[in-house]
Design a protein around this ligand. Structure first.
Ligand code: ACO
Length: 325
């Protein structure tokens, strides 16, 4: 049976050059390098400079993904940007990237599912490509988390970083099996009853300001471990696969302990898990495409490898996707 698949044709990413180390944070809040590394695995994060924003970082990452795909901006007919930190309440980051890159008129919009944003965007783009609405799309995760942090709150400010990652996703014919290249299955969830575990204390419709991140860290941690364990099992079952069929786990990069718990559930050696949280911190919707591009550029992920993406974030939202690179 011949079916349409959404194949990753190119990846790209951008990290702002300014690096803030744990030692730098020791000077701002009552914390220590040892505490941060032990609890999270994070040693440093990139923070946007004054002239950098979600739009500028998304544009750079998207430009590199287009270059890697061998296409030109005029070949793109859809853009989805997963972000919680848009430059403006409107217009969307996506239309600003479209204008900056010279992508012709077509579909362009933002999608907000916090740290799960990229998995949601991948799922929506895959549906649009398989339905024939678009044939070659940019799917971007981009965040300037530093602008919604309370830099006096040591329980949150040490965790996050800024950056952007992007992929070009294009329609190709497949045979309808897990051997096909492209997105094989996506699995999305949310549970608004858990909204108070992770939120911002403001927004355009209430305070008129973006607000700052507030979090019940321990509860988020517990939910993340158990929901990620469940969802990776669901992906394997849905596709009739065993743990050993997965070549690479490309998880949301929030905390090394959450990632290792998911890898343990899959009996995956840590060498098969892409880990960038140590150097990037938690870049929310940007973390998976940043990790993917890092692993592709390092020659780790190769054409034909079976990838498992998974993420959890505010909402709570969570999700996973299986794709052959
Ligand atoms: N430096 C030093 N001490 C700190 C810091 C800090 N930066 N932050 C908190 N502490 C203190 C607390 O005040 C507390 O002190 P107390 O015992 O005197 O009250 C102590 O450390 C332990 O605090 P806990 O919150 O219980 O520490 P925990 O082991 O749970 O680790 C952490 C906290 C790292 C936030 C963990 O819960 C976690 O990673 N949760 C997941 C949160 C997350 O990743 N959120 C991101 C968005 S969601 C996502 O992306 C998955």
């Amino acid at each position: 049976m011949s079916i349409k698949r959404s194949v990753i044709a190119g990846t790209g990413s951008f990290l702002p050059p300014q690096i803030v180390t744990n030692k730098d944070l020791e000077k701002k809040v009552d914390t220590s390098d040892e505490w941060i590394v032990q609890r999270t695995g994070i040693t440093q994060r990139h923070i946007a400079g004054e002239d950098e924003s979600t739009v500028t970082m998304a544009t750079q990452a998207a430009n590199k993904a287009i270059e890697a795909s061998g296409y030109k901006p005029e070949d793109i007919d859809g853009i989805i940007v997963a972000t919680t930190t848009p430059d403006n309440t409107f217009p969307s980051v996506a239309v600003q990237v479209q204008a900056a890159l010279g992508v012709p008129p077509g579909v362009a919009f933002d999608l907000q599912a916090v740290c799960t944003g990229f998995v949601y965007a991948l799922s929506v783009a895959d549906s649009m490509i398989r339905s024939g609405a678009c044939s070659r799309m940019l799917v971007i995760g981009a965040e300037t988390m530093s602008r919604i942090l309370d830099w006096d709150d040591r329980t949150t400010c040490v965790l996050f970083g800024d950056g952007a990652g992007a992929i070009v996703l294009e329609a190709q014919e497949g045979e309808g099996t897990v051997k096909d290249r492209g997105v094989i299955s996506t699995h999305l969830y949310s549970d608004g009853r858990l909204k108070d575990l992770l939120y911002t204390d403001g927004g355009p419709g209430t305070t008129g300001k973006a607000g700052a991140i507030r979090m019940k860290g321990r509860d988020v941690f517990k939910n993340a471990v158990s929901l990620m364990n469940d969802i990776v099992g669901e992906v394997l079952d849905a596709n009739d696969l065993n743990d050993s069929d997965i070549d690479w786990l490309v998880p949301h990069q929030a905390n090394i302990r959450i990632i290792q718990a998911t890898a343990d559930k899959l009996s995956m050696p840590y060498e098969k898990v892409v880990m960038t949280v140590g150097k990037h911190g938690n870049t929310s919707a940007a973390s998976i495409p940043l990790a993917l591009d890092t692993a592709v550029k390092a020659g780790m992920i190769k054409k034909g490898d079976l990838l498992l993406f998974e993420a959890l974030g505010g909402g709570l939202t969570w999700g996973a996707a299986l794709a052959r690179f």
